[in-house]
Design a protein around this ligand. Structure first.
Ligand SMILES: [Zn+2]
Length: 408
């Protein structure tokens, strides 16, 4: 499967960093450089309808080669890389049969990828790893997903005897800045369900994520000269601090993990006159999520009773929801992904995402969409790396899922 590695190396050399400060879609033009390459490669691989739309979404179909009607299955990956580290002039290093010791990423900068710092490296002793040169991220997030899907497409094209239903391919921009599916046309894509290959380590399988809301609080005070303030001054900074005190301390992100939710003060600026606060509220459990929102509303209402109506303005908006609710009615898509992993010798590692995914939003747009591994580790950093065999396993899982549905 060396075509897998060749592809991956080619894709990571194209700078596709997205930009949260941009107002265009996609946020950066350079993402289209990769999109165009992918369209022409898909065409060469026999995907006749491969195309890029005006937003930069790349889609295509490997048409079904069986008579019976079975669901069209989509596989998605994102083209952009994180704004948190440079994606320009990526210069990947290949480490053959990793010996378990420190990997020197960059002698000049004295940068080392060490199992002391990243113990997971020990799981990949003896394998081929691809790392950075210590100056950029690698882009395995999510170009390993793209390379895996492209390699599966190639394999299917070379094996006409392999029976499968409609195999839909989708590559999206701007995932890293949370806009990845803003303009995605689920209906046109035409899949009944899909998988994002945007997970990290081998075996990762996710179909639960946070329910999320944002609370924007504005506290209005009354400023006067402190020397003559008696009976008049209302300090919005102190009222804001009171609000924070009314929220349960134990429900802060620094004290929570796994399926525990939180209320997080993300941003605060203020003067005596006005204080601005932004909280984010997260919980996997819908009831607990609603409870946290109620708590926030009640705390603000209490402050208004105490300091006068209109002292505290609260704007509470939902951001995204746990996809589990949309996946459960079609749980076979998770069960079959799990079965596919086991069939190719991968132990599934299931957990709830402590964040949101493009798949979560797609699930609420009518395309149920769990997420599974594409192999990369240490995402968004100069220490990012990917074991080649994990990418190969991702290709095998795609093919096995197609096979399982074709045989049902
Ligand atoms: Zn990603």
């Amino acid at each position: 499967m060396s075509s897998l590695v060749d592809r991956f190396l080619r894709y990571v050399k194209i700078d596709t960093q997205s930009d949260p400060d941009s107002f265009t879609f996609p946020s950066t033009k350079k993402q289209l450089d990769l999109a165009k390459v992918l369209v022409s490669e898909l065409k060469l691989l026999g995907v006749k309808d491969a195309a890029m739309d005006k937003y930069g979404y790349v889609t295509g179909t490997m048409p079904s080669n069986i008579k019976s009607k079975i669901p069209a299955i989509g596989f998605l990956a994102h083209m952009d890389t994180s704004p948190s580290a440079s994606g320009k002039d990526v210069n990947p290093q290949i480490i053959d049969s990793y010996d378990g010791k420190d990997i020197i990423l960059n002698k000049k900068l004295n940068l080392v990828l060490s199992p002391n710092e990243f113990p997971m490296l020990k799981d990949y002793v003896g394998q081929t790893l691809i790392t950075t040169d210590g100056t950029t991220l690698l882009g395995a997030d999510d170009k390993s997903g793209i390379a895996a899907i492209m390699t599966a497409v190639e394999w299917v094209g070379q094996h006409p005897e392999f029976k499968h239903g409609d195999f839909k391919i989708g590559f999206t921009p701007d995932e890293e800045i949370g806009r990845g599916v803003d303009n995605f046309n689920v209906h046109k894509f035409g899949a009944e369900f899909a998988y994002t290959l945007d997970g990290a380590e081998l075996g990762q399988l996710e179909y639960e994520n946070f329910n999320a809301a944002a609370a924007h609080v504005i506290v209005h005070g009354k400023q006067v000269h402190p020397g003559t303030a008696k009976g008049f001054l209302k300090n919005s900074l102190l009222i804001a601090m009171e609000l924070q005190r009314m929220l349960p301390e134990i429900e802060r992100p620094e004290f929570t993990e796994k399926r525990e939710g939180f209320i997080h003060l993300d941003h605060m600026t203020g003067t005596v006159e006005t204080t601005d606060m932004v909280y984010i509220i997260r919980d996997h459990d819908k009831t607990k999520f609603e409870h946290k929102k109620t708590l926030m509303s009640e705390a603000c209402a209490f402050l208004n009773t105490r300091f006068g109506a209109g002292t505290v303005d609260l704007d509470l908006t939902d951001s995204y929801f746990n996809m589990k609710e949309k996946i459960e009615p079609v749980i076979h898509i998770v069960n079959n992904a799990r079965e596919a992993m086991l069939a190719v010798g991968v132990t599934p590692k299931e957990g709830a995402v402590r964040g949101g995914t493009d798949g979560a939003r797609l699930s609420y747009m009518g395309l149920p969409c769990p997420n599974f591994f594409a192999g990369g580790l240490n995402f968004h950093s100069r220490f990012e790396y990917v074991p080649v065999s994990s990418m190969q396993k991702a290709v095998e899982v795609i093919l096995k899922i197609l096979e399982i549905y074709a045989n049902q």
